[in-house]
Design a protein around this ligand. Sequence first.
Ligand code: PAF
Length: 283
Amino acid sequence: MLVHTIDEVREQVRNWKKQGLTVGLVPTMGALHAGHKSLIDKSVSKCDKTVVSVFVNPIQFCPGEDLDKYPRTLDADEKLCTDAGVDLVFAPNPKEMYGDVNIMSNDFLTYVIPPFFYVNKLCGKSRVGHFDGVCTVVNKLFNIVQPDFAFFGEKDRQQLIILKKMVKDLNIPVEIIPCPIVREDSGLALSSRNKYLSPEDKVNALALSKILFNIKACYNKGITDVEALTETAYSYLTERHSLEYLEFRDADDLEEKTVADDNTIVFIALKIGDVRLIDNIAL
Ligand code: PAF
C-alpha cells in the first residue's frame, strides 16, 4: 500500500503494534535498485511488517548538489516494493515532512546535529551540513514509524556509523541492522547515482572497487602500513579521476589509522566528470 501522509502511517503502525507485530523500516530516497532490494529482503524476512520510506530529503543536499535532478521513480519503486512483500510505502512530500517552514534556511527547523568529530571528515568535509539533514530526517522517520528495526546499507558507511551513534546517544528504541554492499559482477557498488554515468565512465568507475580490493589483498598478505597501502591506489587512477579522499579509519568511531588492523574501514570518494562516487571496504 502506498501512502503519503504521516497520519496514515501512524494509524497503520498502531494497528500492527496492537497485534504485537514487529515493524522494520527501510529508509530510502527512492530510485530503488538491487542494493535497496537487499535491505528490503532482510527486513521482510526479519520483521512481521515492513515499511519503506521514499523521500528525497532536501535538507541533506548541499547548495550546488543534485537535488533537482536526483532520480525520482515512484511508480517503479512502488512496484519493486509490492513484489518484494513490503507492507507499506510511505512517500511524503517535503511539506508533509517539514510543514511550511523555509527548509532552505536552517533558522526555522529543529535539527539533530551529530558530533563534529564524526562529520568533519570523509564525506562530511565536502558536504557540510549533509549529516545534519540525514540525522534529522531519519530521526523524524523513526518518530513517525516507530520501527523495531531499521535497515541501512554499508555502502554509506559514514552515515551508518553516525546513525548508530545517534541512536545510542539519544536512546532511540530501534535496532539498526547494517546490510552489506551489493556490487555488480564488475565490482562496481550499486548506487542511484550510477545512472548519471556514461558507458565509458562506468568503466572508469571500476577504479573505486579495484583500489579497495587491491588494498584488501595487500593487507591480507601482511602489509599494514597505511602509507604503503595508499601508494598502491595510484596506478588505478587516470586523468578522468579526481580523488577526493582515500582514508583508513576505525569502524566504530572513524578515528584515523596509520597502521591498518581488522577493525579498519578503507573509505574512498572520487569524481568522474561531474559524478561523485563513494565506496568502502572492511579489512
Ligand atoms: O541513504 C539514504 O538514502 C538517505 O541518506 C536516507 C538514509 C534515506 C535519509 O534520507
